[in-house]
Write a protein that binds this ligand. Structure first.
Ligand code: HAM
Length: 433
């Protein structure tokens, strides 16, 4: 075996990435269709930003001390010696795109994006290194009402997909000065209690102390019960905002749990932070995460523009969505054809039939009629079209509603040029329900 073939045999996808095969993609496409419908109903507009960005964008946007930036980014030098990163999330890119394209403070925008993101994490069920997110960002919105709309939007999208038993967790991270006040007192407390924390949390003290609150370590969680609470450092204004959020969520009948340890893993959040989790997902339980980021755009060099958003992990969404979404649309017409004249005629016919918004599969095998009929049967096609040389010579075709016994149910011979006859047959046999 030559060298090239040998290496080809060993070629595999990278760890933490997956191939999505046609069978699996039926569910993905069904889910995406529902998502797109819902986004369009919300009058939210799509934005597409590059998958590859300057590394600096994420360092400045997400924060140097976060896990995402310090441990998980796919960063490399391109051939021009520029440091590039495969986007680990979409919010920083959207902020950059808006600044660069002259977004002004007085034209608020509701935006969405969907696509692959990259994080070098330990792969497990619901966690990949290349994964997909649907992100929604409301840029230029400051009111509590926008927080409520975006949370309700995320909640309803999951509802539209029939996903039940979800928990919405909310918290307020206050504004920058609330956080600084808390951080001072929390750092003092951490200094004293350092030795009782797990190693991971100890390492975070200098890098990203707030994140320690999010620790899953049982011992650390217990020790943290005695730590100062961020909530107690919120200004009156921040508390008022948070209370208003809770009261509006209640009046919308959106159930929520308050989680004062919910700090999220990215530095840009202010005030509202939220996550939607499902017990059905195991350890990677968060299907949706988001929050307000009022300082990000300014901090990245733009105007002082408040914003709030969320992202849903599509792999986790697919795990949660019901089995009914595994089913694709049935083939309407399977074209069985064989013969020197029949085969080019059948191609022409397939093009004509596809004008009726029907799923038309043309058999290209050249196999016997009976083999092709078996294939149509296996596909569960609603009807078959039969073309032999005889039909091609007469410029006509046989169309037959397909029943499993192939017993000639509702069969008709239709001349190629007779659109009225064809339309009548289609209307009577295929378009009824
Ligand atoms: P995030 O919490 O880092 O937030 O990610 C959002 C969602 O993406 C998670 O809840 C999860 O469902 C999914 N996700 C994250 N990492 C992985 C992974 N390795 N494998 C599979 N799914 C994953 C953000 O990314 C923010 N940009 C959200 C946001 C938008 N905040 C404001 N606007």
């Amino acid at each position: 075996m030559n060298y090239f073939l040998k290496t080809l045999n060993n070629l595999k996808n990278l760890r933490g990435t997956v191939d999505l095969l046609p069978e699996q993609l039926i569910k993905w496409q069904n889910v995406e269709k529902i998502l797109l419908e819902q986004l369009s109903r919300g009058c939210i507009k799509e934005i597409r930003t590059p998958i590859l960005e300057m590394t600096e964008l994420f360092i400045r946007g997400i924060g140097e001390g976060t896990d995402v930036v310090s441990k998980e980014m796919y960063t490399f030098l391109d051939r021009g010696e520029r440091s590039c990163t495969l986007r680990p999330e979409g919010t920083a890119s959207v902020a950059r795109a808006l600044i660069q394209n002259g977004m002004s403070a007085n034209s608020p925008k509701k935006l969405w994006y969907m696509g692959p993101m990259f994080r070098y994490e330990r792969p497990q069920a619901g966690r990949q290194r290349q994964f997909h997110q649907l992100g929604v960002e409301f840029i230029g919105y400051e009111s509590v009402r926008s927080d409520v709309e975006i949370i309700a939007f995320a909640w309803d999208i999951l509802g539209k997909l029939g996903i039940k038993e979800l928990n919405l967790e909310i918290n307020s991270l206050g504004d920058l000065s609330d956080r600084l006040n808390f951080q001072k007192s929390f750092l003092n407390w951490l200094e004293i209690n350092k030795d009782s924390l797990d190693l991971d949390s100890q390492n975070r003290i200098n890098k990203n102390p707030l994140r320690i609150l999010d620790s899953k370590n049982i011992q650390t969680k217990k020790v943290l019960e005695r730590a100062p609470k961020l909530f107690n450092f919120l200004s009156e204004k921040s508390i008022e905002r948070y209370s208003e959020l809770k009261s509006q969520l209640k009046s919308m009948k959106i159930p929520f749990i308050e989680n004062f340890n919910l700090v999220r893993g990215l530095d840009y959040y202010t005030h509202t932070a939220f996550e939607i989790t499902s017990g059905a997902l195991g350890s990677q339980a968060t299907v949706c995460g988001g929050g307000r980021y009022d300082n990000l755009i300014k901090q990245m060099g733009g105007n002082d523009i408040p914003a709030i958003g969320f992202a849903i992990g599509l792999e986790r969404l697919i795990l949660l969505a019901g089995k009914e979404l595994d089913v694709g649309r049935r083939t309407d017409i399977y074209i069985v054809n064989q013969g020197l004249l029949a085969e080019p005629f059948a191609i022409d016919l397939s093009r004509k039939l596809r004008n009726y918004d029907l799923l038309v599969e043309l058999d290209l095998s050249g196999a016997s009629f009976s083999k092709q009929l078996k294939k149509a049967n296996k596909l569960n096609s609603k009807c078959v079209v039969l073309v032999g040389d005889q039909e091609a010579t007469n410029k006509e075709f046989i169309i037959r509603l397909f029943d499993k016994k192939n017993s000639g149910n509702n069969e008709e011979v239709i001349p190629f040029g007779s659109d009225t006859k064809l339309e009548r047959w289609i209307n009577n046999n295929l378009l009824i329900n």
